[in-house]
Design a protein around this ligand. Structure first.
Ligand code: URP
Ligand code: ZN
Ligand code: ZN
Length: 481
């Protein structure tokens, strides 16, 4: 029996082109892309009337993360299954070592958890503390395990927060290794102080959460991380950019030629901070995540950032906690586990609110949901492309399919949906993961453990073009008697 499949007659969309054609798949790999391809014996998948695009890549998820005294409800199997139902075929998750835990031990632990994944995955590794073992393990991770990005939480004081000393140590080491630094930009000291003030002022419910994490707190940390990266000459990637203050920092740096990348979450683009004022405690607590949802003016700016290329990637920060887990903070918003879901809905939300509104073209949609992430994290063209030799990670997208996002119909392992009731047009009709059909006709066909780890080599090519404003090599010491 042939192990070939041919996707016929769809509109093929990449970041470069849009044309009606065919995609021939052999086993796990794309063999050819063209017009009127012939493949006798191949299984034919009719894509007429649909778009054929690279499968989505979500660069920011947290499956089964131990966090704030509980564990995220979505595991690597349920989470990657939900992802493919929405057209996302790869995720980049996070290894988050506890302070003092060997980062290599944590990495191995997460790799074990991820063995159940149904689609491909990779890992950023968080640097949550510093000593010689961290310095050594960063090298091992880059050289032996295909890790090319390290994450730094500038918030979550008393838990996983990095201070400036750790940031400087880690950024310097990343530069030596040719790795990319990523940051969660919020000033954790300020958050801690504001949380106390807000709580003591009588705000104990979810409405206290955004009050304790205003945009300035994110803007300060974004600026600080960008300046530290500039001085050290290392590229930087900001996760979940949520506000004008952080976007301005990114924009300034990029206009000065600094290699700074930034991600936006689908949910920050379409949900605003009014959710925290819901009089139903649980309904408001469902939205407690950091950075919090912002006012509409920030949303407009984020869309503009995405359209102008200042924000290059879209993600979900998929980190699910069920209602009973959120209830850990019933009396004190500071104890509500931070995180929201959405790995299944990102592509539809972006298609509906982005492409259908005219803000993004289909090619730009491919860029911000897949290809840019593959390029930035150095897995392109194996991932994020439709080209001979690439992994056959493909979504056949029905631009006319309308669905109502809901906990009753989603595949995510969480008992609510932050987009509950939102009607969106545009959905994955068929999802193919490394050559296997994993989603079709509203049915999942995922296999536990079928996902593979994606190695991401380091990229010394980034270093040469770093802004060298603070280079002292061109100066000479002053001679004195
Ligand atoms: O609230 C969030 N975002 N939870 C997950 C951890 C993080 O900050 O990314
Ligand atoms: Zn974060
Ligand atoms: Zn996160």
């Amino acid at each position: 029996m042939s192990d070939q499949k041919i996707i016929k007659g769809g509109t093929i969309v990449t970041t470069e082109r849009e044309f009606v054609g065919d995609v021939l798949i052999s086993g796990e790999t794309i063999q050819a892309v063209g017009v009127d391809l012939d493949a006798p014996g191949a299984e034919v998948i009719d894509a007429s009337g649909a778009y054929v695009m690279p499968g989505g890549i979500d660069p920011h998820t947290h499956m089964e993360l131990p966090f704030m005294g509980t564990v995220a409800s979505e595991d690597f199997f349920t989470g990657t299954s939900a992802a493919v139902a929405g057209g996302t075929t790869s995720i980049i998750d996070f290894v988050i070592p506890a302070p003092q835990e060997r980062i290599l031990d944590a990495y191995n632990k997460w790799r074990g958890w991820a063995e159940k994944a149904a689609a491909d995955y990779s890992f950023h590794v968080a640097i949550t503390w510093w000593d010689d073992s961290v310095h050594a393990d960063m090298k091992t991770l880059t050289e032996e395990h295909g890790v090319n990005s390290f994450k730094h939480f500038m918030a979550y004081k008393g838990a996983i927060m990095c201070d400036d000393e750790v940031l400087v140590n880690s950024f310097s080491r990343a530069k030596e290794l040719g790795a990319l630094c990523t940051v969660h930009a919020e000033n954790g000291e300020l958050v801690y102080r504001l949380q106390e003030q807000v709580y003591n002022a009588g705000f104990h419910g979810p409405e206290g959460h955004p009050l304790s994490r205003p945009p300035e707190v994110e803007g300060e940390a974004a600026n600080r991380a960008i300046r530290i990266a500039e001085v050290l000459g290392v590229p930087l990637y900001l996760v979940h950019t949520s506000c004008i203050d952080a976007l301005e920092a990114v924009t300034r740096a990029r206009l000065e030629g600094q290699r700074v990348f930034a991600e936006v979450l689908a949910q920050h683009l379409v949900i605003d901070d009014s959710v925290y004022r819901n009089t139903d405690w649980a309904a408001a607590a469902h939205y407690v995540m950091s950075p919090p949802f912002r006012s509409k003016e920030h949303q407009s700016a984020l869309w503009q950032g995405l359209q102008s290329g200042m924000l290059q990637t879209t993600a979900t920060d998929h980190c699910c906690f069920c209602t009973d887990q959120k209830a850990m903070g019933r009396e004190d918003f500071r104890k509500i586990p931070n995180g929201t879901g959405g790995v299944e809905d990102r592509m539809s939300v972006l298609w509906h609110h982005g492409v259908r509104s005219g803000k993004l073209t289909p090619s730009e949609f491919v860029a911000v949901t897949s290809t840019n992430t593959a390029r930035i994290f150095n897995i392109h063209p194996k991932k994020g492309s439709l080209a001979p030799g690439a992994d056959a990670d493909i979504v056949i997208w029905d631009p006319n399919k309308t669905r109502t996002l809901s906990k009753d119909t989603h595949h995510q392992n969480v008992d609510f949906n932050i987009y509950e009731g939102m009607e969106v047009t545009g959905a994955a009709a068929i999802t193919i993961s490394r050559g296997s059909v994993v989603w079709k006709d509203g049915q999942l066909h995922t296999v536990r453990g079928a996902g593979k780890h994606i190695e991401r080599p380091c990229f010394p090519q980034y270093w040469d073009s770093q802004l060298k404003r603070n280079e002292f090599g061109k100066s000479t010491p002053v001679k004195r008697d």
